[in-house]
Design a protein around this ligand. Structure first.
Ligand code: FAD
Ligand code: NAD
Length: 461
């Protein structure tokens, strides 16, 4: 067996683990990163990136399939033909570029990367098994970044025509009909994408509303777009079983069958905590997740945990920020995970962005708040982009106007999220946003106007 030593051993090469490794390497820490499958983890290989590629391709296909918008600007086209194999090839080429890039960055930071399954022996030792042999690694610090995996439903086990998000993103042919169980992030993003690719999609959600994470004002435009796409959306409905192209569902004691060639089960993800010796550490847990403090320290000295394995929100940018922080802590810097807000984006059509408190949560936290809205139907740039659905909403304290939350729903609003996060992190007041000159014509002017609306003097409405 190969005997290796290092300062920091990181288990898992997803956004949490690979960023921790790059930063540790940059700081001169002798670092080993172990990845069982593919560098980039869920996000780059079977999550954020391939799903956004598919969403983009589906949007382009839909624009040609339903050319009303193109006709309106004078473009007349013949019937489109989708070569889905080419779409998949293009999506895979982006994944390959990005994961290859991670390998290069790790090398540049002088990180030793081992491809193989790590098994934890104790808080300072792990054994890595790969095709080329076994290594025992002794480390001063252990970082657990093992991520998460799709949660199966007991009555709808993954396999055959019952797909996880990973399976759905690996399809090489577009099915005729698709039932999606769960109207959360994955169900809504991929459900809409497949509908745009011409699939007859039915969405089944157990709770009484779609995207329960977001308030109804933000999800209404998405619900309207689902109706336009002829997606049948069933809320308050439980999926029971799937057999021979038929999904049985139940609501209020009544059962019905939904025809479906494939079923995508997207009812959440669970942390990867089993099968690699984590239990031997007997760490304090928070439900199924590894419990961490505000420095990502676990209950064992010099054992850290980052990313999805530590719980919600299970987002790549949270994992990356935690990874960067842990590397700096190990290098002796003073750090804590004290961010005011972690932006959340749902890449539906239209997109939803939420940073900080919703009006409801802000009202619950303090009695007096101000809320300003600005609709994109009054925004010139949105009109020129032929999509003026949605709005920007700003929530602030009534007494001193400090901004508590910023939200938007609309075409391409994901790109406004950095301005929203920055405003919150900098402790902006309504006046700071209102007095900042926002370039014209941009959709970001709606941010400026929503702040003005909260101050009761919006200019363009
Ligand atoms: P992961 O990315 O899961 O990586 C963990 C890695 O650890 C894996 O590569 C695994 O192979 C490895 N590993 C586990 N155990 C071992 C072991 N014992 N030895 C060696 N290696 C091991 N988030 C966003 O912010 N934006 C999005 O748009 C977005 N879209 C998504 C779309 C989909 C379809 C899915 C499924 C997820 C999406 N996410 C998105 C969530 C995002 O992918 C995760 O939050 C992120 O990948 C978590 O990073 P992580 O490093 O904690 O874990
Ligand atoms: P989710 O938690 O977002 O949504 C799961 C949905 O399934 C919920 O609405 C829930 O009520 C519903 N549900 C649960 N059990 C059900 C049942 N038996 N029948 C019908 N509905 C049921 O989970 P997800 O969509 O699987 O995504 C997993 C995680 O991946 C997310 O929490 C998020 O952290 C991450 N993700 C993020 C993005 C993004 O940032 N844009 C995109 C995709 C995934």
């Amino acid at each position: 067996m190969n005997e290796l030593r290092c300062k920091v051993l990181i288990i898992g090469g997803g956004p949490g683990g690979y960023v921790a490794a790059i930063r540790a390497g940059q700081l001169g820490l002798d670092t080993i990163l172990v990845e069982a499958d593919r560098l980039g983890g869920t996000c780059l290989n079977v999550g954020c990136i391939p799903s956004k590629a598919l969403i983009h391709a589906a949007g382009a296909a839909h624009a040609l399939r339903e050319p009303r918008a193109l006709n309106a600007i004078g473009l007349e086209l013949g019937p489109p033909r989708l070569d889905f194999a080419k779409t998949v090839g293009w999506k895979d080429s982006i994944v390959a570029r990005l994961t290859g890039g991670v390998g290069v960055l790790l090398k540049k930071a002088k990180v030793r990367t081992l491809l193989g399954m790590a098994t934890i022996i104790d808080g300072k030792t792990a054994i890595v098994r790969s095709d080329t042999g076994e290594s025992r690694i002794a480390a001063e610090h252990l970082v657990i970044a093992s991520g998460s995996e799709p949660t199966p439903l007991p009555a709808l086990k993954f396999g055959g025509d019952v797909l996880s998000s990973t399976d759905a993103l690996a399809l090489t042919e577009v099915p005729e009909t698709l039932a999606v169980v769960g109207a959360g992030y994955i169900g809504m993003e991929l459900g809409q994408a497949f509908a745009k690719l011409g699939v007859k999609v039915t969405i089944v959600e157990a709770l009484p509303k779609i995207l329960p994470l977001y308030d109804s004002e933000l999800t209404q435009p998405v619900a309207r777009r689902l109706a336009d796409l002829e997606v049948e959306t069933l809320v308050g409905v439980r999926a029971l079983s799937f057999n021979k192209g038929s999904l049985r569902v139940e609501a209020d004691g009544k059962e019905r069958a939904i025809p479906a060639d494939k079923v995508l089960v997207a009812v959440g993800r669970r942390p990867r905590t089993a099968g690699f010796g984590l239990e031997t550490l007997d760490l304090a847990m928070s439900g199924p997740f590894v419990r961490i403090d505000d420095q990502c320290a676990t209950s064992m000295r010099n054992v850290w945990a980052i990313g999805d394995v530590t719980g919600e929100p299970m987002l790549a940018h949270r994992a990356m920020a935690q990874g960067e922080m842990v590397a700096e802590l190990v290098a002796g810097e003073k750090r804590a995970f004290d961010n005011k807000a972690i932006p959340a984006i749902c890449f539906t059509d239209p997109e939803i962005v939420a940073v900080g408190l919703s009006p409801e949560a802000a009202r619950a936290a303090r009695s007096e708040i101000r809320v300003g809205h600005f609709p994109f139907r009054a925004n010139g740039r949105a009109m020129t982009l032929q999509d003026d659905e949605g709005f920007v909403r700003v929530v602030a304290r009534a007494d001193n106007h400090v901004v508590l939350g910023i939200h938007a729903v609309g075409h391409g609003v994901s790109e406004l999220s950095s301005a929203f996060s920055l405003a919150l992190e900098m402790g902006a007041r309504l006046e700071d946003i209102a007095l900042t000159i926002h370039a014209h014509p941009t959709m970001s002017e709606a941010f400026n106007e929503a702040a003005l609306a909260a101050l009761s003097h919006a200019l363009h409405i």
